[in-house]
Design a protein. Structure first.
Length: 115
């Protein structure tokens, strides 16, 4: 199983970024996917979740209405569209999947929101 995130960077408050996570090594379309983030000195937290079909999504209250998770099962990729970014969104963002009871994480992509 391999998860490779991309799309992070430095953005001003109010700006937008789109993160991507390319997955391989497992039947991607059969598995729910999640995005987590970890800010300096804080625990890793769940940001967004999407079912295998993409029909159901859930979000942390802190990002609801600003972030959108989606997936393209033909491309084995899950996305996180982040709008109206705030300084408190600054963190390393990770892609996550549970496959055959094992937990897999990507290497993470840094998102920094600052003026």
């Amino acid at each position: 199983v391999q998860l490779v995130e991309s799309g992070g960077g430095l953005v001003q408050p109010g700006g937008s970024l789109r993160l991507s996570c390319a997955a391989s090594g497992f039947p991607f379309s059969a598995y729910p996917m999640s995005w987590y983030r970890q800010a300096p000195g804080k625990e890793r937290e769940l940001v967004a979740f999407i079912t295998s079909s993409g029909g159901t999504t859930n979000y942390a209250d802190s990002v609801k209405g600003r972030f959108t998770i989606s997936r393209d099962n033909a491309k084995n990729t899950v996305y996180l569209q982040m709008d109206s970014l705030k300084p408190e969104d600054t963190a390393v963002y990770y892609c996550f999947v549970i496959h055959i009871i094992r937990h897999y994480w990507g290497q993470g992509t840094q998102v920094t929101v600052s003026s």
